[in-house]
Structures are given as C-alpha cells and as structure tokens.
Ligand binder design. Sequence first.
Ligand code: SAH
Length: 220
Amino acid sequence: MQNPPDPDDPHAVERARMVLEQIERRGVVDPRVLRAMESVPRHLFVPESFQTSAYEDAPLPIGEGQTISQPYIVAFMSEAIRPQSTDRVLEIGTGSGYQTAVLSCLVRHVFTIEMRPQLVEPARARLRQIGCANVTVRLGDGHDGWPEEAPFDAILVTAAPRETPQALLDQLAVGGRLVIPLGTLEQELVRLTRREEGLDRETLLPVRFVPLTRDRRPRD
Ligand code: SAH
C-alpha cells in the first residue's frame, strides 16, 4: 500500500497484511482510512492476553462484557462517516479507544462518550500514550449526546440501540452524517445524512454490536 512497513515496528508487517487482506480486499478504498488503519497500534488496545491476536480478522473481548470491533468494521465505519480533516466528530461507546484513535487520524477533533467508568480511564491513558491530542473522552450516557459541543459534522455509534436516539439527530449539523447499528439480534448499520429538508437514510451492512444500554446509576 502507501508506505513500506516500518522495520523497527514488529507489528507493522502484521498491520500492513491486515489492511490488505481484511480491509482493502473487502472494498474499503479511502486512502486516509487505510493509512490510519496501518498506523494505529491495535495491539495496545486489547488485553495483554489477546495481544498476539490483535491483528486477526475478529472482534476481541476488552473486559466488562464489551468488545473491540473487528478491524474491517472499524475501517468500514470510519469510511462511512465520510471524514473530512476539518470535521468535529462525536463517537458513542469509547470502549478500548481504538476506533477513537483511528478517527483522530482523520478529523480535527473527536469527542467520545463511554458509559462504563472502568473503561474510561484506560482508554484515556492509551490515547495519551500513543499521542492522540485531538480527543476528549467523557464518562456519560451516549443517548444524550454532547449538547455543549454540538453540532457535529459526523456521529459514529459503536453500540446498538433499537432506534436512533433523538438527541443524536438533534446534534447533527446540516450535511452531517450519523452512522449507527440499529436492532437487537438482527442489526443493520445505517447512515443518516442531515439535509436542509430532512434526513436521507441508507442501509449499509448487516452487523453485530453490543447493545447501547441505558445508564441507570443514580445521578449526583
Ligand atoms: N468503539 C469501541 C467498541 C466498544 S463496544 C472500540 O473500538 O473498542 C461498545 C461500547 O459502548 C462499550 O464500551 C460500552 O460500554 C459502550 N456503551 C454501551 N452503552 C452506552 C451508552 N449508553 N453510552 C455510552 N457508551 C455506551
């Protein structure tokens, strides 16, 4: 692809192969997305016991019953939001922070919300460690979006609700793209694009994500 793998990075060869065999071959073409997938060290976003599987064609557990998505799905969703380098993007479901790191290579700023407190600090620490400076991580319920920072040029949701939360639709700029898995057992990845006169809806792919759950902890 673009650059020869860095000989000093023992994982660079695995990543180059991942991009070619799992991602380009399945039809992802955006060169910026391919480059981001080649550069983000996925092995740092999985538990140590899974590091040798980090570049395989599969989702992996990250604790708390949650998963880091399959590399192809991360690449597909990153392309599907049609990222522009000037965009401010909202991500719901930080999880490991891997999708956040990929997005941070593609856009101006990523705002990301995670509901499980045990996942927030490790994700923040990893993103800091690999030098992602254009990311803000917040503990919260993604159903509410991030009204103080709205509107967003794109919103990417990495856990599945039955229906698109209204707050996310309200926080999408005109021309903005919202990519979201919808459904329970049977899910489909949907892209909604806000137009002056309403929303365009496209069904992109059958998928399987963990559910977008409600934060039921009492508020202070
Ligand atoms: N993008 C992640 C995938 C994480 S899996 C990655 O690359 O690793 C989905 C994540 O959504 C989980 O971490 C889960 O805790 C989180 N989640 C579920 N419901 C949520 C909600 N209502 N608000 C915010 N995060 C939520």
